[in-house]
Design a protein around this ligand. Structure first.
Ligand SMILES: [Mn+2]
Length: 422
């Protein structure tokens, strides 16, 4: 009897819970029993729909409960050994300690937070850039002994002068730039607000737009310049119906007033396909562009000197956007859209060293490295990572008080060499 009674109660309870849950989902299905084909896109309103009933809908952006970590805030060294070669141990950028939250950055008084932004949905070219950041973490083969060591030519060691961390990745939806905008923007702004210079490792170039928004959130709109180093103009109006792509971030930054037109500087552009309309846009918006043709004609250093004067006359704070395709394909073929007639790695390093000592870099993105077009030894990734190392070196030079463009340490220039006695 007792058994029957409790069984009955249990059966009633189960029936009640079914009554609560079943009709609702049944009702949902009743109101929207269209096919996925019909639900995904409404051609009349031109709206792309996500599935509101998918329980994994926000999974990619779902942050872990860090409070359960039970550790003091601050950077975490995840390596077991002091030594170890670059290809051993747990891969972080340059084997650096890891920071997860803005509180970690604040507690560690972090100067530079390097983060991956593994986005590739913004690119309509050959895919693969989304895997760039993670590949760069394992591409430190130039210096087999790994992180640290002075940059010989400047005698500055960025890893001594600066507190630098691997800030993990900004969450992205690899299927959608639009859905990733807020995540990238907030991660960048969080790092900048914590007092660090955020360095974003792409990923495709679409990440520049939310990154600039994040910088503007912290420093204010029009309070900084942009230097756009790229074989391409990225002022496209042909975006196939999308608001943000790899082709229009510079246009958006200017036309949305994130930065003044005359405070945007472009250098290295040379891709085919830029007719009068593109040239007109630069002129009308006051954007200072140094086409590759001018660099070839007047010389690299002469043009960079002018660029530095432009930058010095601005707000003094700079967002630097480096598309690796500014490099010649001979130096860097592992990019989505290589263009012939580009820079040597030496020229890019000299530009970065000069720019970062003349003005204060408040954010940098490195984009378009595409490991799918790299070789098995990630030689393109090694170039890409070495450029990041040089940028850290340049930021460290400024911190040390060096303000001279095209700087080399006097000993490197032979100035400490005594004349031979005759
Ligand atoms: Mn670009």
């Amino acid at each position: 009897m007792q058994f029957q009674h409790s069984f009955l109660l249990k059966a009633l309870f189960v029936a009640a819970s079914i009554a609560v849950t079943l009709p609702a989902s049944a009702a949902d299905k009743k109101t929207d029993n269209r096919s996925a084909f019909d639900k995904a896109y409404d051609p009349e309103t031109k709206t792309i729909h996500l599935d509101p009933d998918d329980p994994t809908g926000d999974m990619l952006f779902d942050k872990r409960d860090y409070s359960k970590d039970k550790r003091p805030a601050g950077p975490i060294n995840v390596q077991r050994y002091n030594g170890g070669l670059s290809w051993q141990g747990i891969p972080t950028f340059f084997k650096l300690p890891v920071a997860i939250t803005p509180e970690d950055l604040k507690a560690g008084k972090v100067d530079v937070a390097i983060m991956g932004v593994p986005m590739s949905a913004g690119g309509y070219g050959q895919p693969g850039t989304g895997h760039g950041a993670q590949t760069m973490r394992i591409s430190e083969t130039m210096l087999p002994w790994g992180v640290g060591g002075v940059i010989s030519e400047t005698q500055v060691d960025p890893f001594e002068e600066l507190v630098i961390v691997d800030y993990g990745d900004a969450a992205v939806d690899p299927l959608s730039v639009e859905r990733s905008l807020a995540s990238i923007r907030d991660t960048v702004a969080g790092a900048a607000r914590a007092g660090a210079v955020p360095i974003m490792i792409g990923g495709d170039h679409s990440i520049m737009y939310p990154s600039v928004l994040g910088i503007a959130d912290v420093y204010g709109k029009k309070n900084f310049s942009i230097l756009h180093v790229d074989a391409h103009t990225d002022i496209s109006t042909e975006n196939f119906g999308h608001y943000v792509t790899i082709g229009n971030m510079v246009r958006l930054s200017v036309e949305e007033g994130l930065v003044k037109g005359e405070e945007v500087h472009a250098v290295g552009q040379r891709s085919p396909g830029y007719g009068p309309a593109k040239l007109k846009w630069y002129k009308e918006n006051g954007v200072r562009i140094y086409w590759q043709g001018e660099i070839e004609t007047r010389g690299f250093r002469a043009v960079v000197d002018d660029l530095l004067e432009d930058l010095k006359a601005g707000p003094g704070k700079l967002y630097l956007s480096i598309d690796y395709d500014v490099l010649d394909p001979a130096a860097m073929s592992a990019v989505t859209a290589p263009v012939l007639g580009g820079w040597t790695t030496r020229q890019l390093v000299e530009l970065i060293r000069s720019v970062c000592v003349v003005v204060e870099c408040i954010g940098v993105d490195f984009v378009e490295y595409n490991p799918f077009f790299d070789d098995q030894g990630n030689r393109g990734g090694n170039v890409a990572l070495s450029i990041v190392r040089e940028t850290l070196g340049a930021i460290a030079m400024r911190k040390k008080g060096i303000r001279e463009p095209f700087y080399y340490h006097p000993a490197i220039l032979g100035k400490e060499r005594k004349p031979k006695k005759k």
